[in-house]
Design a protein around this ligand. Structure first.
Ligand code: GAP
Length: 543
């Protein structure tokens, strides 16, 4: 149960005992704001209980780091995809979408550098037998030092109140300066060692910083080794290296190899983008934290092709566009931050992550990368085909540069689910679990319910449902008491419940209950669709 800290005025409604009429009894109570505690376990069990996410092949005890999306999970996932696709493709007349194959010619991955360089530096702890990514151990260590700086800032704020000048404080406070120097030193050494594939240097850095295994506390480490993350399989019936193909580790290469097809057939002019949503596969060393790091996952990627030399302008542009896309969902601006990469991927000249405040802390949600002309040039070289663009304004041919935005759909799902999930204690002593999902993303937009299963109310409810189902995903629910049914809909994040009662039969009005305020209104059936649309429409997010 999440403890409740923040408080504000709220009005709730109680259902009268007779359950024939609904009496609004306003009262004050403590409102739970989502708290960033370690509530991942609660989220996982809620996701399973209500059909959002199941462990894959569970009847065989599951498969590590593989999950299946259930009946509600796939609806939520589709809505996230739709928000991304609409904002990328539909809202930009210079971006188009494709759907390329998961299997690609094996030379693709030689050209892209994935065969030789898509490695993670791994290190094992000899006592706990746990395996870690060496760069993640180092980044976690830096984060701990950063927390110390944050604590100093909090102390300063407490001490000086309104007179506190954070910028000045960060430049002058001796403790902050000492810790910042430590961070700078570590980052410099990381850049040097990781950037130059100096695995011994990475090992020395871990030892010098006295980094211990988070499980055993032991500092008894193996050497650092490289581990390729691609899954391979064999094409057809031929065995051996000749038939070896890979499951794509990113969707981006399907876009690069189709760059000229799309540019020519779509008569695209630079700058233009190609977007794609699809599965990607990585044999992650440490796959954990529910759907955060999986071996099979989905990406939503967009490659934006630009003139050489203009890539930094577009890199900044897409950083801003993407953070705006996130902010519009209303999950809280304070839950996002940018993190510039120290160790750049082999293809990038600039890269930044949008990190999200997941239940386990700030972690990467999306990457924005300036990929230069690396990929297209490599494919030119390996395929022997020209992948150039004739720029009529400049009157010359060139290989375009690329700025990429790449977001993990499953991580976005976790961001939405974890921020929306709350256990609330109401003033009357009862509790409710609620998913305050952004209404446009909710699996069901409205639940239609007859007050009782007699007197023609179910028939009337189905009539109402029939008028709504063309525009909205609706659920019909007649089992159990109205209170229980409301709780059930709260728990799956349905923004509205519509109750058909005896008055409906007389005057064609219904009550409509709001998930978040729990307020009920009596409205005409003819106004229902408009009221629901206003709240759940994706248009407001896209504008
Ligand atoms: N095409 C560039 C690319 O793939 P990336 O930073 O390796 O860049 C992009 O991946 C996004 O894909 C990440 O920000 C993350 O959201 C998601 N992602 C990467 N590995 C993942 C995994 N093992 N499980 C779930 N999502 C993952």
């Amino acid at each position: 149960m999440i403890t409740l800290k923040s408080r504000f005025l709220r009005i709730d409604f109680l259902i009268s005992n007779s359950l024939k009429t609904y009496k609004a009894i306003p009262f004050l109570y403590l409102c739970p704001m989502a708290q960033k505690e370690d509530n991942l376990k609660d989220i996982i069990s809620h996701a399973k209980e209500y059909g959002f996410v199941f462990p894959s092949s569970e009847i065989y005890d599951g498969l590590s780091a593989t999950y299946d999306y259930g009946q509600l999970g796939s609806e939520l996932k589709n809505n996230i995809k739709s928000y991304w696709w609409k904002s990328m493709v539909q809202m930009h007349d210079n971006i188009v979408g494709i759907d390329s194959a998961i299997f690609m010619h094996p030379t693709t991955w030689k050209a892209s550098g994935h065969v030789d360089a898509f490695n993670d530096p791994l290190i094992d702890n000899k006592d706990s037998k746990k395996r870690y990514r060496a760069d993640v151990l180092l980044e976690d260590h830096i984060e701990k030092i950063r927390q110390k700086i944050n604590k100093e800032v909090a102390k300063g704020l407490k001490r000086f109140g309104d007179n506190f000048n954070e910028e000045e404080f960060l430049k002058t406070n001796p403790n902050v300066l000492r810790n910042q120097t430590k961070i700078d030193d570590i980052e410099n050494r990381m850049r040097e060692t990781l950037g130059n594939n100096d695995l011994e240097g990475v090992y020395d850095l871990i030892v010098d910083l006295a980094i211990a295994c988070p499980i055993s506390g032991s500092k008894n480490w193996t050497e650092v080794r490289q581990f390729n993350l691609m899954f391979s399989t064999e094409l057809g019936s031929v065995a051996g290296d000749a038939a070896k193909i890979y499951l794509r580790p990113e969707t981006a290469q399907g876009i690069f190899v189709n760059y000229l097809n799309v540019q020519k057939t779509g008569r695209m002019k630079i700058p233009f983008g190609i977007a794609q949503i699809g599965k990607a596969f990585r044999n992650e060393i440490v796959a954990r934290q529910f759907i955060f790091r999986m071996r099979e996952f989905e990406q939503m990627e967009m490659q934006f092709f630009v003139r050489p030399g203009e890539e930094m302008k577009w890199y900044e542009y897409w950083k801003e566009q993407r953070i705006n896309w996130h902010n519009k969902l209303g999950l809280g601006q304070e839950n996002y931050r940018f993190h510039d990469h120290i160790k750049l991927a082999h293809y990038a000249n600039a890269a930044s992550d949008i990190e999200f405040n997941f239940p386990m802390g700030f972690k990467e949600l999306e990457g924005i990368h300036s990929r230069t002309d690396f990929d297209l040039k490599q494919h030119e070289e390996h395929s022997g085909k020209k992948l150039q663009y004739f720029d009529p304004e400049l009157n010359k041919n060139y290989v375009p540069f690329v700025v990429e935005t790449s977001i993990g759909l499953d991580r976005m799902f976790l961001a939405v689910l974890s921020t929306s999930f709350k256990n609330e204690k109401l003033e009357d002593g009862s509790e409710r679990s609620v998913l305050s999902l952004p209404p446009a993303l909710a699996p069901y937009k409205v639940a239609v319910m007859p007050l009782t299963r007699k007197d023609g109310l179910p028939e009337k409810a189905k009539e109402v449902l029939d008028t709504l189902k063309f525009d909205h995903n609706c659920q019909y629910d007649e089992k159990d008491s109205p209170g229980k049914r409301y709780r059930r809909q709260d728990a799956i994040g349905t923004p509205y419940c519509v109750m058909i009662d005896h008055q409906t039969l007389e005057d064609n009005t219904v009550t409509i209950r709001d998930r978040d305020t729990m307020l009920q209104d009596r409205v005409a059936i003819s106004d229902l669709e408009g009221i629901i649309r206003k709240k759940v429409s994706m248009t407001t997010l896209l504008k």
